[in-house]
Design a protein. Structure first.
Lengths: 150, 86
């Protein structure tokens, strides 16, 4: 084996996350939202929320949530991009056309879940906690701006 | 770094690595760089996505798009097989 290849093999590999991969992730959310819009099933929104949740959780795990959120907003033409966008809200804004209130509510639900869920299915968690509206209210009560001033 | 991928992605990558290996003969570098490249390509194509597994580790799984594609191919293969038998 040539020297250069064996040296390459020793470099710990990591999978880069270029803009194309980020765009592919956003496209997946687009598809999930489209499914939600074309069905009459009331639970269809959970599939979209799960996809957003899954994406932002690994962004947070890598410590890149703010950075990737800004990149996503930029890629989707939401300019000027805020300095510290809320990642869940940013992902929803990039992939749906819902109004501000809905976006804020879904984002609060997901932030609440990120804080309290323990690895179970997100849909089950939200339902167990009383549904989307209840979870949003719980977030505001427990973790909202007035409870957690920064 | 260990790469955790689901069964569908693992099969797809193994298949591609095997095919690649047959073509390259002795010049084949270690599997890992190619594995990473394939995983990255699949992610860019929207066929693989990262997530946190139950232990909070980064892992990759097939997207619904890839699952649908594999399902269609399987149906095609079954139809071809039935046509051959008939």
């Amino acid at each position: 084996m040539p020297m250069s290849l064996s040296v390459l093999d020793r470099v710990p590999p990591s999978v880069a996350f270029p803009d194309q991969a980020l765009e592919a992730n956003l496209e997946r959310l687009d598809e999930e939202f489209e499914i939600y819009q074309t069905t009459r099933n009331r639970d269809a929104i959970y599939r979209f929320l799960e996809a957003v949740f899954e994406l932002i959780l690994w962004w947070r795990h890598e410590g890149m949530a703010i950075h990737y959120s800004r990149r996503a907003l930029w890629l989707r033409g939401h300019r000027p991009v805020p300095k510290r966008p809320e990642p869940f809200a940013a992902a929803i804004q990039c992939t749906t056309k819902v109004d501000y209130k809905t976006r804020s509510k879904w984002s609060r639900v997901l932030r609440y879940a990120a804080e309290y869920y323990s690895g179970e299915c997100l849909t089950k968690f939200i339902k167990r906690k009383g549904g989307i509206n209840r979870c949003a209210a719980r977030f505001t009560r427990r973790l909202g701006r007035t409870k957690n001033p920064r | 770094m260990k790469f955790r991928v689901d069964k569908i992605l693992q099969e797809l990558i193994d298949e591609t690595l095997d095919r690649d290996h047959l073509g390259r003969g002795d010049e084949m570098p270690g599997h890992k760089p190619i594995f990473v490249e394939l995983l990255s390509d699949l992610e860019i194509a929207g066929y693989a996505t990262r997530y946190l597994d139950l232990k909070g580790r980064i892992a990759w799984k097939a997207t619904p798009r890839l699952r649908d594609l594999m399902h269609d191919r399987w149906l095609d293969a079954v139809a071809d097989f039935d046509a051959d038998v008939a």
